[in-house]
Design a protein around this ligand. Structure first.
Ligand SMILES: Nc1ncnc2c1ncn2[C@@H]1O[C@H](COP(=O)(O)OP(=O)(O)O)[C@@H](O)[C@H]1O
Ligand SMILES: [Mg+2]
Length: 216
């Protein structure tokens, strides 16, 4: 599903953000990307989402080489990738329904289909009664659930989560992790970046550790 070959990313400073990354993530895998702050986790996810280009090396996502993909195909591919960030990045002036619906509107789905998909997803994330709320009226855990709803509403092939529990207390962290596991069970390939050793305690999942831009 995802393959990186000899990927380097240099932002222009002395030390590259990523060095000689070779990584294969199979369809349906659940992988933790870990390592200390500054190790390159976010950069790696951004490269997979094509929000950053590698300085050199090749990246294949769902069979497409991101170095060669056309703009139009790239936007189609991105629609199949859900992303969740630590700081939610919800639109504060749009309510829960609108935040989740936005991506589907941009794609141009007809309104009845948008309503159906959004309602299904909100129900799945126990957010039905928050549909009309605005993000500032929600708790951190609820905001993160809305961000996850937005990421999965279009049934992505891949879900990329960057420190998804970074701002949450331990109970909500468990809740969000349980959700990510469920989404994985439904068939989505999931990559979770976290610097938290706590989160990885006892996990049986694959763990890829980065240090100073290298896989260790
Ligand atoms: N847009 C950028 N411009 C310059 N340097 C960056 C940029 N993004 C990340 N970096 C650098 O790349 C390295 C890896 O960063 P990052 O991928 O955010 O690490 P992590 O997510 O593991 O904390 C850091 O040294 C960081 O300062
Ligand atoms: Mg990061």
């Amino acid at each position: 599903m995802i393959q990186l070959f000899q990927v380097y990313k240099n932002f222009g400073s002395k030390n590259p953000a990523l060095l000689d990354i070779n990584l294969t993530v199979k369809k349906g895998e659940f992988v933790f990307i870990t390592g200390p702050s500054g190790a390159g986790k976010t950069t790696l996810l951004k490269i997979i989402f094509c929000a950053e280009r590698p300085t050199s090396g090749n990246v294949l996502v769902h069979g497409r080489n991101l170095n060669r993909i056309k703009e139009r195909d790239l936007s189609l591919l991105r629609r199949r990738i859900g992303v969740v960030f630590q700081d939610f990045k919800l639109l504060p002036r749009r309510n829960v329904f609108e935040n989740v619906a936005l991506a589907l509107e941009i794609i141009g789905f007809p309104l009845p289909m948008i309503r159906k998909k959004v309602h299904q997803t909100l129900r799945y994330l126990s957010l039905t009664n928050k549909e009309g709320y605005y993000p500032p009226q929600l708790s951190g855990g609820e905001q993160q659930r809305v961000a996850i709803a937005r990421a999965i509403v279009n049934n992505p092939l891949i879900l990329l989560a960057d420190e998804p529990t970074g701002n949450l207390d331990p109970d909500l962290t468990m809740e969000i992790m349980a959700l990510l596991k469920e989404i994985h069970i439904r068939g989505t390939t999931v990559l979770v970046a976290t610097h938290s050793k706590e989160l990885l305690k006892g996990t049986t999942r694959r763990i890829v550790t980065l240090n100073k831009g290298r896989i260790v």
